[in-house]
Design a protein around this ligand. Sequence first.
Ligand SMILES: Cc1cc2nc3c(=O)[nH]c(=O)nc-3n(C[C@H](O)[C@H](O)[C@H](O)COP(=O)(O)OP(=O)(O)OC[C@H]3O[C@@H](n4cnc5c(N)ncnc54)[C@H](O)[C@@H]3O)c2cc1C
Length: 382
Amino acid sequence: MNFGLTDEQKSLQALCRDFARKEIIPRRDEWNRTGRFPAEVFRKMAELGLMGLLVPEEYGGTSVGAVAYVVAMEEIAKADQSVAAAWNAHLTIGSLPLLYFGTEEQKRRWLVPLARGERLGAFGLTEPEAGSDARAIRTTASPDGDGWVINGTKMFTSNAGTEMSLGVIILAVTGSRPDGAREYSAFLIERGTPGFHVGRLIPKIGWHAVDTRELVFENCRVPGDHLIGARGVGLRQFMQALAIGRISVAALSLGLAQACLEVSLDYARQRRQFGQPISRFQAIQFKLADMATAVENARLITYKAAWLYDQGREFAKEAAMAKLYASDTAMHAAVEAVQIHGGYGYTDEFVVSRFFRDAKILQIGEGTNEIQRLVIARLLGC
Ligand SMILES: Cc1cc2nc3c(=O)[nH]c(=O)nc-3n(C[C@H](O)[C@H](O)[C@H](O)COP(=O)(O)OP(=O)(O)OC[C@H]3O[C@@H](n4cnc5c(N)ncnc54)[C@H](O)[C@@H]3O)c2cc1C
């Protein structure tokens, strides 16, 4: 067993760390204060080949593998959760359905500009009446000549309303099977298609610079070649995309937890009370020791899930475990980081207050942690 990174993984890590230091950390306060999506940062990431990390070179990506991807995500996530979350949605659920299931023509037309970072990817599953229960979606796609007419509403879609957005990959009901079960299919709807309305930005507790919106489809007609892959397999396609997405959210969480640990340790060493640094108090030491232990465990399960993916082995159970454990670790680390900072941690002058706001969604997005437990239990054979 080898826990070391390869030279390529280390150089990607160094590249992302350096990029975060120069391009993200100095400006993150402004984006989070104003809620502005920083398109210029993603354009610079595109120049560095960072927008198609899981896509092969023939489709414009760099195909670094999932372990390297996790290493890269941890670095960007440590610097800013909004940038990392938008990057996460683009790189996995916003792009990979095209790689896994798209036709050659769809890959050339849409995946290549996504992987090159000319456009930004988005994934629309959630609806007002269908969150955890994906089968309950109401959006329909009805056959119409050689195309489809889409009607419905998607909720909380990230990345669909920016100046770089390509559009959105959605799941819709396309009819029912002979046994009466509903049939689902996936479609790519480009921005600017008549009948595709991009709603207002939804105000949130954290992830302030992530473009999250409601999308409405009103008699939105798309040609037949916008159906991704085959008709009737959309739900399976979406579940597969979410499985790799869970490794990515685990890495996003790991970055936040690691950042909480680093800033809390620094603060505890320099903040003095009762004539000594607060890091001398056992109560603070235990918080830091527990945080460090949980971060290390989160890293191990996240890397393992990524390694299984790279080996072409079953990874869904470990991906769900990684997402569950790493996001709980991030939330707990953020709570403790604020506590270690005392009153200063509650102010916007210290970065831990943003960590605290950004952490909660990690336990909710891409399948709540209750749903992760259901997935794990099912894969255990319950
Ligand atoms: C900032 C943000 C960005 C997002 N980005 C996207 C995106 O890009 N694309 C997208 O499709 N979606 C996106 N989402 C949606 C997100 O994935 C959903 O919010 C999430 O899946 C939960 O769905 P829900 O909010 O409808 O909660 P609900 O499903 O209504 O759940 C409410 C509560 O009930 C619990 N619950 C539900 N069912 C069960 C059960 N069977 N057993 C036990 N407990 C259960 C849940 O765990 C939760 O605690 C985003 C959400 C946010 C807030």
